[in-house]
Ligand binder design. Structure first.
Ligand code: XMP
Length: 522
């Protein structure tokens, strides 16, 4: 391929080749936060995409395969010769080194988790990153012989090629994952690649994102189409609604579905905020009975999600019939919702959970989707929300999953359990917010466990459920760390739940990070 694209009118962009990682979107987010446009493509579309873009650099992601596996993803080799810098991460590095004549072999010991590396050359990707630093490793194979022209930039105790590069050809490889927050200086390393090596400009900002998405909605919906949009009151659907509003105004009809799996007071707040304050056309549908009836006896998490997704769509479909030309379903689907369910753009990413607004859609939907946030991250959505004048209360609200409390009641969901969890959750939320301890937290909530244990209340024996307290910090929901709350606050929450909520006699603390756990329990 030619060394530079002639699409000089487009913003310069980084092409991220998704080789099956869970983290392609995280890489994209870091690139965009550095103010650079980027796109993601699976290997099969990478060459065409590279030729169509005003290409500034290429990042080859990690992936679960071994380069020796029969179905190992293959990157078009032309990309190594595209005249722009290339950064290979984990599998991407192994593929690049092997393709260029190096050797990759299974390591004696699998390297997983926090690992200390020593920077041997503090330049290029490691400019101003000196000495020892902690990175996140997750690999079985490793590069044992470098291709001609390459040299090691960093090493760990068990991996001599933790980072490698060929300065002359501007090809670099990292065995660790700079995109996950556990890699302490990962962001700087990626930024060094973008700014020092690729010389990317910083021209990707909230106003250009809004402009692009408004134009896309207009293109999809046309001059006369109407959109029915599921408005939950969370930041995602609120921002989606405002973008669609900018694009087509009163041809958007917002629907709030009370599925009986909401937190206390949620429905009332949403009605007040969006109908009265924002003046949107909002209909509230009370569908709690039918959702709970469908969930009766169902214990499998995936099954629960699918049922809920299906019911949502049925409600939207029924509502859409009230309008003459509502052939479009609007949703606040985000990149992370998509990446963990199906492969974005046909990429290789393995499925973990089917999020309701993606996995639950039927084949015969008969409505086209309008998802203005489908390629954006939470941070970007929040920035856009502020840019569009959304209140900080909405912009900063903690995420709440589409399937609601159903994925926080482990096992079968009954109306009685929903009521118990609502009470416990209101205590958790209320106490944490009253103490001002919500600052910096991503989510804080209660989970009802199908575990009964013995307790004593007054003089009587109790035999009731346990509830888990889940408090996490995260930047985007893709990775998360559990957080410790102040001792007195924990004591207050626990005392109040056990004393006030009939049905719970034990509170436990969830101290699991993501990965390997997930934030929600189901
Ligand atoms: P997990 O449990 O996958 O959650 O670590 C990551 C983030 O996504 C939220 N979440 C959902 N959001 N529909 C949504 O809109 C869903 O089905 C869904 N499931 C999880 C979760 O609350 C966390 O912030």
């Amino acid at each position: 391929m030619s060394s530079a694209s002639n699409k000089s009118a487009d913003p310069r962009g980084i092409l991220i080749v998704d080789l099956g990682t869970q983290y392609a979107q995280l890489i994209a987010r870091i690139v965009r936060e550095a103010g650079s446009w980027c796109e993601i493509a699976p290997p099969s579309l990478a060459l065409a995409k590279a030729q169509a873009m005003n290409l500034g650099g290429i990042i080859l992601s990690g992936g679960p395969a071994s380069v020796y596996a029969d179905d190992a993803p293959q990157v078009p080799v032309e990309l190594l010769d595209a005249g722009v810098p290339v950064l290979g991460i984990c599998y991407g590095m192994q593929w690049m080194c092997r393709t260029l004549g190096g050797e990759v072999t299974p390591a004696d010991e699998r390297e997983f988790g926090h690992t200390s590396i020593v920077i041997e050359q503090a330049r290029d990707l490691f400019q101003d990153v000196e000495g020892r630093t902690v990175v996140w490793m997750s690999h079985g194979d490793q590069v044992t012989a470098l291709p001609a022209g390459f040299e090691a930039y960093a090493a760990s105790d068990t991996c001599a090629s933790a980072a490698v590069g060929d300065r002359a050809r501007r090809l670099y490889g990292l065995q660790f994952h700079p995109e996950v927050s556990h890699t302490v200086r990962g962001r700087e390393i990626v930024e060094n690649f973008l700014i020092s090596v690729c010389e990317m400009p910083s021209d990707w900002q909230a106003d250009s994102i809004v402009e692009r998405e408004v134009a896309r909605v207009r293109e999809i919906v046309g001059e006369t189409g109407e959109v029915v949009l599921g408005l939950s009151g969370g930041v995602d659907s609120s921002v989606a609604a405002l973008i669609v509003d900018r694009a087509i105004g009163p041809r958007q009809h917002c629907i709030f579905v009370d599925n009986g799996l909401l937190r206390t007071g949620e429905r009332e707040t949403v009605e007040q905020t969006f109908r009265e304050h924002f003046g949107l056309d909002l209909t509230v549908v009370d569908a709690s009975e039918r959702f709970l009836a469908r969930l009766k006896g169902v214990v499998d998490p995936e099954q629960k999600r699918k049922i809920i997704g299906h019911e949502f769509v049925e409600v939207f479909r029924e509502e859409a019939k009230r309008f003459s030309n509502a052939g479009y379903l609007g949703q606040g689907t985000l990149y992370p919702d998509v990446i963990e369910s199906v492969a974005v753009h046909g990429g290789n990413t393995a499925m973990i959970k089917s999020h309701h607004n993606v996995g639950g859609l039927p084949e015969d939907l008969e409505m086209d989707l309008v998802e203005p946030l489908r390629e954006l991250f939470k941070d970007e959505v929040r920035a856009i929300g502020r840019h569009l004048g959304l209140d900080e209360i909405v912009v900063g609200r903690q995420p709440f999953p589409g399937p609601g409390l159903a994925v926080r009641i482990v096992g079968e969901v009954t109306p009685e359990e929903v009521a118990i969890l609502q009470e416990a959750d209101a205590i958790v939320t209320g106490e944490i917010e009253a103490a001002g301890a919500d600052e910096g937290l991503w989510q804080y909530f209660a989970v009802l466990l199908p575990v009964k244990s013995v307790g004593v209340m007054g003089d009587a024996r109790t035999y009731e459920n346990a509830c888990a307290l889940r408090v996490v910090e995260s930047r985007d929901g893709m990775t998360a760390d559990w957080t410790y709350l102040d001792h007195e606050l924990l004591r207050r929450i626990s005392n109040r739940i056990i004393n006030e909520v009939r049905g719970i006699n034990r509170v436990v603390l969830d101290i699991s990070s993501k990965p390997p756990s997930t934030i929600e329990w189901e």
